[in-house]
Design a binder for this molecule. Structure first.
Ligand SMILES: Cc1ncc(COP(=O)(O)O)c(C=O)c1O
Length: 384
């Protein structure tokens, strides 16, 4: 791969930290890699201990109890398990779910499956800055609401929701609250005790751990039926032989994150501010999407008259990795549902570009990206 790459797509995925890789390697080679945590012999018991340690570390990161962490194949499965698993466990005969228009597709498509099964979905709208006004929850939640699903931070914009307000609204009718914290975990202290929701999805590859491993926090006493059945792994919440190396990597990434998150967030916020400031000074037709409260690392923007994919392709040619919320399907650009929810037109919603900084981003990279953007935008704008 080109050594000159400037990677500003950390909200999509982060590189594996060398310490995480070191922790994983012993579980990917030799006899240790054979260890099945369900086996009672020494090799199996060693794998079980490694998983226990990782579970302890992940639980500690979010102030949960060891027994409240269920490992999954990632954030997507954790979101699916939360929503479909608690719908399947619903005993009160309720059949409504409340969620937001700006959720990740892992939540939106799980909720659509419930809709196909006859559930009613009440979708709360975002304001123009990417936040859900508290009053919206009042109308979306009723005595029939079984589940309320709200993301902590949005993956396209970085905007953060007031989870305490969501829990407060849901508790009036005793609805189960699921929080997708996949994007906030790398930057924000997430304490499940003080926030007091029931379920929470997190993912390792956003915190410098491996892909294909995540977890669902399930508060003690909250009932969730498994999506995968078979053996009794993960206290019968998720059958299948555990991916020991990936779980170990998740644990190592969680320990590392705990020690450095506050510092990283402070440093990256300064870089983000510099990025926005310099972009505002140099790019004509710049529009920044979203507004505080926000994660420290995401800048979502559009340049009037410049298509997002064209800008992304030009950045990529210059070795700069960024992304867009707009998906390409069947050769045409699907506008971002998040930008649409903010009131952007289809054209505007297809023009959004996301720069997401990470713990390794430098001031030189930020300045280089702005200089390159200025050159590209001037060239594209001069072509009319
Ligand atoms: C907010 C949010 N939820 C869920 C997911 C899915 O996580 P995973 O990639 O681990 O399946 C993502 C991934 O980008 C995300 O940003």
């Amino acid at each position: 791969m080109n050594r000159q790459v400037v990677y500003l797509d950390n909200a999509a995925s982060t590189p594996i930290d060398p310490e995480v890789l070191d922790a994983m390697l012993p579980w990917l080679q030799g006899i240790a890699s054979a260890g099945n945590p369900s086996s009672i012999h020494s090799v199996g018991r060693a794998a079980r201990s490694a998983i226990d340690l990782a579970r302890e570390s992940v639980a500690d990161l979010i102030s949960a109890d060891f027994s409240e962490i269920t490992f999954t194949s990632g954030g997507t499965e954790a979101d699916n398990l939360a929503i479909l698993g608690s719908a399947n466990a619903e005993k009160r005969g309720r059949s409504q779910v409340a969620t937001t228009a700006i959720e990740h597709h892992a939540v939106l498509n799980a909720v659509h499956l419930l809709e196909d099964r006859g559930w009613t979905v009440n979708t709360v709208q975002s304001d123009r800055t990417g936040h859900i006004p508290y009053s919206e929850w009042g109308t979306a939640i009723s005595e029939q609401t079984a589940i309320v699903a709200c993301m902590h931070a949005n993956n396209e914009l970085g905007t953060m929701q007031d989870i305490r307000a969501v829990v407060q609204a849901a508790s009036k009718v005793n609805a189960t609250v699921h929080v997708d914290a996949v994007q906030s975990l790398p930057w924000v202290d997430l304490n499940v005790r003080t926030l007091d929701f029931d379920l929470c999805a997190i993912s390792a590859h956003k915190i410098y751990g491996p892909k294909g491993i995540g977890a669902l926090y399930i508060k003690q006493g909250c009932s969730v039926f498994p999506l995968l059945v078979g053996g009794s792994q993960e206290r019968e919440k998720r059958a299948g032989t555990e991916n020991v190396a990936a779980i170990v990597g998740f644990g190592a990434a969680a320990r590392l994150l705990k020690g450095r998150r506050a510092e990283d967030a402070k440093r990256v916020a300064l870089l983000r501010d510099r990025l926005i400031q310099r972009m505002s000074n140099t790019l004509s037709g710049l529009r920044i999407h979203g507004g505080e409260p926000m994660l420290p690392n995401i800048v979502n923007f559009a340049i009037v008259g410049v298509e997002g994919p064209t800008l992304l392709m030009n950045l990529d040619r210059e070795g700069i990795c960024a992304s867009s919320g707009a998906a390409c399907s069947s050769g045409s650009i699907e506008p971002s549902h998040v930008l649409r929810a903010l009131g952007c037109s289809s054209t505007q919603a297809a023009s959004g570009v996301r720069l997401s900084l990470g713990r390794t981003t430098t001031i030189e990279e930020v300045d280089h990206v702005v200089d390159t953007l200025q050159r590209i935008v001037e060239r594209l704008q001069s072509r009319g």
